[in-house]
Design a protein around this ligand. Structure first.
Ligand SMILES: N[C@@H](CCC(=O)N[C@@H](CS)C(=O)NCC(=O)O)C(=O)O
Length: 231
């Protein structure tokens, strides 16, 4: 199997997790976000929509992390607790939370980290300021509040076992709280405990440590850019 992805991409990290958890062998193609994904070559050879993750199996490509994750589990380990085929209601609840992540959380997190941190370094646009910046931050906080409330009295999003919903949402949340310097202690204590619990999984821990190194690199890049502007 071939896999195209990047550890700085939330959906790619989920696919890396599932591949490793299910001990699937794959040939990894590390793709630079924006720099590579927006080239004609990438769009022609890998994904016409210019996004990762992408997998190729038996000469056929599959895009969209939710489709990829479900396919991998259905094919290689359908009873896995991440997405158990024998419990169709649980599968539906997992699907529900993945949809909440993709349709509510991600659409506020993406514009917030671009507008408040990455615009200048990644797409050459100014940072968002004033009321618009406040609104971006409010959108993120409303969703964190929603997740924090759902986690009340629970170890994981659906209770006692870690599922695919935790992996997708963890990868979004661990990034947004770090990059926007959001303090979880006090305001989002349930999220804080859940982030720690999910990271007890050694595969998630490794993937997240690598991400934290990349975030340090981003911060350096952002600082260098700001210093150059001040000179
Ligand atoms: N809905 C897609 C989203 C994929 C996506 O947004 N990938 C981003 C990285 S997180 C990407 O490849 N961006 C490249 C670009 O914007 O050029 C999925 O779940 O796979």
């Amino acid at each position: 199997m071939k896999v195209w992805g990047n550890n700085s991409s939330q959906p790619s990290r989920t696919i890396h997790y599932v591949l490793q958890k299910l001990s699937i062998e794959y040939e990894f193609h590390n793709v630079q976000l924006i720099k590579d994904t927006r080239t004609e070559e990438f769009k022609k050879d890998v994904n016409p929509r210019g996004k990762v993750p992408v997998i190729e199996i038996d000469g056929q490509k599959l895009t969209e992390s939710t489709a990829i994750a479900r396919f991998l589990i259905n094919k290689y380990d359908p009873e896995n607790e991440l997405y158990p085929s024998t419990d169709i209601f649980k599968r539906a609840k997992i699907d529900e939370w993945i949809a909440i992540s993709n349709e509510s959380y991600r659409p506020t997190f993406g514009p917030a980290y671009m507008g408040l941190v990455f615009n200048p370094v990644l797409v050459g646009k100014p940072l968002v300021e004033g009321d618009e910046a406040t609104q971006l931050m409010e959108g993120v906080k409303n969703n964190l509040k929603d997740l924090n409330e759902n986690l009340e009295g629970k170890k994981f999003i659906l209770g006692e076992t870690m599922t695919l919903a935790d992996i997708f949402i963890f990868n979004e949340v661990v990034f947004i709280v770090d990059i926007l310097d959001i303090e979880t202690a006090g305001t989002y204590d349930n999220i804080k405990a859940w982030l720690e619990e999910v990271q007890l999984d050694p595969i998630i821990k490794d993937i997240t440590e690598e991400l934290k190194h990349s975030i340090e690199g981003f911060r350096e890049m952002t600082k260098t850019k700001e210093e150059a502007k001040d000179d």
